[in-house]
Design a binder for this molecule. Structure first.
Ligand SMILES: [Zn+2]
Length: 206
């Protein structure tokens, strides 16, 4: 399935120029695993002439050399938390070393857990049908849906979709009812809960 939500052309140019922070790079690289159109765009942005090179016929690799390379490759394994295998695209497997179950953190809501995959980058698991309470942000929030999907206001985001939420926007995403939703999100400066959770958050000084 082709994603509907894509990083904008400006982001790919910033990516190519090395001007994005690591969390945003990870979201873009994860999106590439889902999106042929953006793979072309990223290739064109990062390597002038790269698109033409990619379409050239590949030179044959001597079979003995190839056998040697294959023999040295360790079988890749997807990242796990405890015994739970995470649904990350292969390009992002190096992001997460093996973690134990204590890496998960809970938010002030049921059916929602998250862990910090890297500084500023969060892996989020929402149980099917569960909402995340209304909140705003102290900076831009970006996300990449890894599997399942969620409804966010009038938007429905599904696997591979990249999305941005502006700091002033208050939103309350809800996981779609038929499947758990896994996503990666980057946050500039954390979130601000609304309602009683916001009161608790302010009392806690968070
Ligand atoms: Zn795309």
């Amino acid at each position: 399935m082709t994603p509907h939500g894509h990083p904008g052309a400006d982001l790919w140019l910033d990516y190519a120029a090395g001007q994005l922070d690591r969390p945003t790079c990870s979201l873009l690289e994860g999106h590439l695993a889902f999106c042929e159109a953006c793979r072309k765009q990223a290739r064109a942005a990062t390597a002038p002439g790269g698109a033409a090179l990619a379409e050239a016929p590949e030179a044959p690799v001597p079979s003995r050399l190839l056998d040697g390379i294959l023999a040295r490759l360790k079988p890749p394994t997807p990242p796990q938390v405890g015994r739970e295998v995470l649904p990350l695209p292969r390009a992002l497997w190096p992001l997460l070393p093996a973690l134990d179950g204590t890496a998960w953190r809970q938010a002030l809501t049921r059916g929602f857990r998250f862990l910090e995959a890297a500084p500023g980058l969060y892996l989020i698991h929402m149980r099917r049908g569960c909402p995340f309470p209304a909140h705003g942000h102290r900076g831009l929030e970006r996300c990449l849906i890894l599997s399942g999907g969620l409804r966010d206001g009038h938007r429905v985001l599904e696997a591979g979709d990249f999305d941005e939420t502006a700091p002033e926007e208050v939103h309350s995403p809800v996981a779609l009812p038929d499947e758990d939703c896994w996503l990666l999100a980057s946050l500039e400066g954390g979130i601000r809960f609304q309602g009683w959770r916001g009161v608790l958050q302010r009392l806690a000084g968070a």
